[in-house]
Design a protein around this ligand. Structure first.
Ligand SMILES: Cc1ncc(COP(=O)(O)O)c(C=O)c1O
Length: 343
């Protein structure tokens, strides 16, 4: 018997892709070991480029370390969940209590858990293309089918709600938005957010919105949280410390539910079961959440035209503008641009 066959591998995982940590990243690692310097832009890791977590958050971590040695509640520590509730209130989102908030080891873990609790083989989930690839992978892992709605460059990478509506089938269970978007930097206008919410409400789809870049905005762009508009279906919104607060190593993310929760009790209980199976999310990072969300939001200094992110964006755009071969839709949010080749 060959070694390859000796240890079996779950066959359904053969279809799971995560190229940003795949063969290209492995090749970069090999080159580094040969002494080459490689600038790694494959994952959005602000710390690798000298961005620091706000000092107040570091102090909050240190101050609370002695309280962070044990497991906490499966949904997370109360002060963190309550801080998230208060932020929803200040954004005009109604009906969220600490019970509706789940803390996770990054948004990543919560994406995996929400898909696992929802999907069965054969179900479909509407996802944006281009996609942050964990979303597609998380659907594939369950045996369900990712169905990608196009966000075309010709439309500023903004989805067309009519096209999305036409892709809903009786098997569709959820509609996913990533706004502001990775990898395109698109920030969806209010009328598009509202139209996508309406589709989810009318077709009884769970609406999931990955808003991890919600405060990373440029040139006066405004972010419209889906939860503000969604009343008649279950709505799950994801956020975290990784990007806005430059603290991805803390592995602290959150998910809050709003909208039609009464019809989702079984689903929410199943999600809590999954949260319980992993006991709890990283506790030290959760102690930084209240401090992060309150007071001065240092990200706005970075995204201002004279701030580091503002200047880097301008430099990238100027470089592409000067190129004979490249073109790009101006990113209005997040930390990325998706240039295309002129034809
Ligand atoms: C759109 C999007 N969602 C989720 C994540 C994962 O974030 P976390 O560090 O909270 O797991 C990323 C990371 O790049 C992302 O870009």
């Amino acid at each position: 018997m060959s070694n390859a066959a000796f240890v079996p591998t779950a066959r359904h995982l053969a279809q799971v892709r995560y190229e940003i940590r795949g063969p290209l990243a492995k090749r970069a690692h090999e080159l580094e070991r040969q002494g080459h310097e490689v600038i790694k832009l494959n994952i959005g890791n602000p710390a690798a480029f000298g961005f620091r977590t706000p000092a107040t958050m570091r102090l909050a971590l240190i101050e609370n370390l002695s309280q962070a040695e044990g497991y906490c509640h499966q949904k997370g520590i109360f002060p963190a969940r309550e801080a998230i509730v208060m932020e929803t209130q200040s954004r005009g989102i109604k009906g969220v209590t600490a019970e509706d908030v789940f803390m996770g080891n990054g948004v990543s873990e919560l994406i995996l858990m929400t898909m696992e609790a929802l999907l069965e083989p054969g179900d479909e989930v509407l996802l944006p293309a281009p996609d942050y690839p964990l979303w597609t992978a998380s659907v594939v892992i369950t045996g369900a089918k990712p169905v990608h709605y196009p966000c075309r460059e010709s439309n500023g990478f903004i989805p067309d709600p009519e096209e999305v509506a036409a892709m809903v089938t009786p098997k569709t269970k959820a509609l996913v938005l990533i706004n502001p978007n990775n990898p395109t930097g698109a920030v969806y206008p209010e009328h598009v957010v509202k139209a996508l919410v309406r589709i989810a409400e009318e077709r009884r789809l769970v609406l999931f919105s990955d808003e991890i870049y919600d405060k990373i905005l440029y040139d006066g762009a405004r972010h419209y949280p889906v939860a503000k508009y969604c009343e008649n279906t279950l709505c799950g919104t994801f956020g975290g410390l990784s990007k806005v607060y430059r603290a991805c190593g803390l592995r602290t993310g959150w998910l809050f539910f709003s909208g039609q929760k009464q019809h989702a009790q079984k689903y929410l209980e199943t999600l809590e079961l999954l949260a319980s199976l992993r006991l709890c999310a990283n506790v030290p990072g959760q102690w930084a959440v209240q401090t992060a969300l309150g007071g001065v939001q240092s990200i706005y200094e970075l995204t201002a035209p004279e701030g580091r992110l503002g200047r880097q964006r301008a430099a990238a755009l100027a470089g592409i503008e000067a190129s004979k071969y490249l073109k790009v839709v101006k990113p209005m949010g997040a930390m990325y641009a998706l240039p295309g080749v002129k034809t």
